[in-house]
Design a protein around this ligand. Sequence first.
Ligand code: GDP
Ligand code: CA
Length: 306
Amino acid sequence: MKIVVLSGGVGGARFVKGVVEVASPSKVTVVGNVGDDLEVLGMHVSPDLDSILYALAGLNDERRGWGRAGETWSALDSVAALHGETWFRLGDRDLGLHLVRTQALRAGESLSTVTARFVQALGLETALLPATDDRLRTWIATRSGEFAFQEWFVARGHRDDVDALRFEGAETARAAPGVLEAIDAADLLLLAPSNPYVSLAPILAVRGIREALERRHVPCVAVSPLIGGRAVKGPADRMLARFAGGTSPAHVAGCYTGLIDALVVDEVDGDALDGLGVRAIVARTLMTGADARRRLAEAALGVVPA
Ligand code: GDP
Ligand code: CA
């Protein structure tokens, strides 16, 4: 069974890891968000792709929730001592990846090509594709002004309410090589429990990808990032309340109208399915560890016989 997962960073990566653990890793293609990408200290950083890569390779720091396990911070300490930019924290081990990627991009290699090289170097069998190789950047409009995504999320701690989102470059962005082919060839499409507005919307803003989902002949299953109306982490609940008018499963499904056939919702939301409009799959959705994430992946995969 061929599976394509659309994913943001940390929440998405946990789910992706569960999917490759219950399906065959080589049959899974992950399409990652690049709207969060940024330049830090002259380096190109792709936070969501890297979270997925590190999770798949087992290199991620489970407790901190982002970056690499066993990380050290000598380079950043040196940057701080020299009054350089330290708001976006890059560890020593992590830096190595950004150096190689930045060099490759400057030499004219595409983001998808260098990402594929990393996948191979880490011995992974799962394809990891950026949504696009073209420049696509998420901008967040607030009462205090418009900010690049990471400036709002990390530097300002996503405290400002979001008035509007803009995906710079999305109108002309083409899906990266292999993305549309993978979607068209898939037996099952999955939307990870990522933030609908800032992790999955930038992927779906690439017209070719949205159209490929719209014309699907196979099930597409989303997993809700909310449990009991609350985000496990981050601003997804506040954004849903503000943009969709509520945080019920129906409000989550409303982010993906025409794109999904089922929504995996948590057991605590099993009685709150009014107006859902798509099939509900009720499961435990909190990924507390390896068993929990595998069970969640099995629930999402359950729609298609193996
Ligand atoms: P980011 O790009 O690093 O911000 O990560 P994502 O957008 O992929 O994931 C963030 C979302 O994941 C948040 O809205 C969380 O509510 C959700 N999330 C994190 N852990 C879990 C979990 O264990 N279960 C579920 N259902 N959602 C989760
Ligand atoms: Ca992200």
